[in-house]
Design a protein around this ligand. Sequence first.
Ligand SMILES: [Zn+2]
Length: 484
Amino acid sequence: MDEMSQTGSGRLLRLKRRDLLRGTAALGAAALAPSLPAAAQTGGAYAHLPARGEFVIRNAYVLTMDEKLGDLPRGDIHVRNGAIIAVGKSLKAPGAKTIDAKTMIALPGLIDTHWHMWGTAASNTAGDDPKMGYFSFAKAVGAIFKPEDNARGVRLAIAEAIDSGLTTVHNWSHNIVSPAYADAELAAHTAMGHRALFGYGYFGIRMENQPVNVADLPRVNEKWIKPSEGLLTLGVCSRGPESNNMDMVRMEWEAARKMGLRVSTHVGTSLAKVKERQAVKKLNEAGLLGPDVILVHDTNMVDDDTEILGRTKTEVSVSPFTELRTGFGVTPILKFLAAKVPIGLSVDTTVLAGNADMFAIMKAIQNIDDGTTPSEFGITARRVLEMATIEGARSMQMEKQIGSLTPGKRADIILVRTDALNMAPMADPVRMIVQAAQPANVDTVMVDGRILKRHGKLITIDVAKTMREAAETVARVSAQIGKS
Ligand SMILES: [Zn+2]
C-alpha cells in the first residue's frame, strides 16, 4: 500500500497529482478538491484560524498507536491540508514546512469522552459544604447561567484541553435551558477550531422526566454541524433510566438513532441505589444498548452488567478523579477489561476534577488497575494509552478519522517534550507519557492540521481574556446564590 492509497483526502490528492502530471484538468475543480466541504475552500467557518498548510514533523519518537505501523524511534509525519499523508523515516516532503521534533514524542491527540464543559466557568467552587456539594451547586448555578456563561465555560475548557494535549472532547452539555444555550456553546466550539462530539442534553441536573429538546436537533445539525468541516459531530445526552421513566428514555434514543447520532447517559453512580435502579438491565431489556451508546461511570454495577455491556459492545466512559471525589467509588476498571467492554477516559467536570490533565487520568487508571488487581503488572502503560487515543476514538465512533497516526486520517497530533526535569531521562516513551508527562510538557498541538499550540504556547486563544470572563461569571453567580 503506498502512502496515498488510503481513504479521504489522500485518494483525492493522488488524483490531483496524477492529473497535474498528465496535464489534464478535465476533472474540474470540484473533483480535484480535497475532501472538505465547499465552505473550507473559501475559508468557511474556520477562516479566522491558521491555514492548514503542509508540514513535516521530523525526527520525533513516533507512537502511531496504529497496530501495523507501531512505533518509530526516529520518524517523520507528513501532513497536508489537514490529513496525515505519510508516516515513516526520512520522508521526502518538498515544500513542506519542517517542525523539528528530535527531542519530542509524537502521538495522536488525546481524546476525552465525557466532559460537562459549561461548568468549567465554575471550577473549584463546590464541594466542602454539605449543603452546597457539587450537585446542589451545579443545579443552582445552572439555573442562573446565561447562554454566554455556558460559552465562557466551554471556551475555558477548550483552552485547557488544547493546552493539555486533548484534541477531541465529548462536550456532555447538560445545561441547555433553551436553544440559545446550545448555539452559544457551539459558537464557542467553532471559534476555537477544536474537535468535539457535542452531546445535546437537558436542563436542570436532578430534575426528573424532563426530556431533551429533540425537536431542536435538526436545526443544530444544519446550523453548526454541517458547516464544521467534520470537526463537530452531534450526539444526544439523556437523563437515562435511573430516576426517569422509560418512555422518555426510549423517545430520546429513538430520536437520536433516527438521525444516526450517538446517545450517552450516566449510570451506576450510587452504590446505595444500584439494586433498585438497575439502569443497565433496564436499557438492555428495552433494546437500547449497543456500540452507538456511551454509558458514563457505571462505577456501581449489578451482577452481570459488564457481561451485558461487553456482549452489546456498549462503551463506558470512566472518569477516575471525579468518581473518587464524589464518592461514586473506585473505578471498576478490572471488571470492564475482563468483559472486554470498550473504554474511554474522561474529565467529567473540572468543578470536581480540578483540571483537565489527561496524563494524570491515564496514570490514575493504571494505578487503580494495579492497586485493585493487586499487582505491579496489572495493566501496561500502552493499554492505558490506547484508551486515551484509538479506543477513545472508537468510543466516539471516530476511529476512521482520528485516534492513531495513520495515513489518511485527520492530522490531530501532539508533540510532548522530553527535555524537562519530570520527563528525564529518556527511556520507554509510552511509560513516560502515562507515568511522567504533564500538560506543561506539551509543546505542539495540531487539530485537523491546524497548529493551535506551538513551543508550549496557545497561539490562537486570548488566554487572559478567556480566564477573565470565566472569573466574571463565577463572581456573579456566586454572589447571586449567596456564596462567596
Ligand atoms: Zn457526568
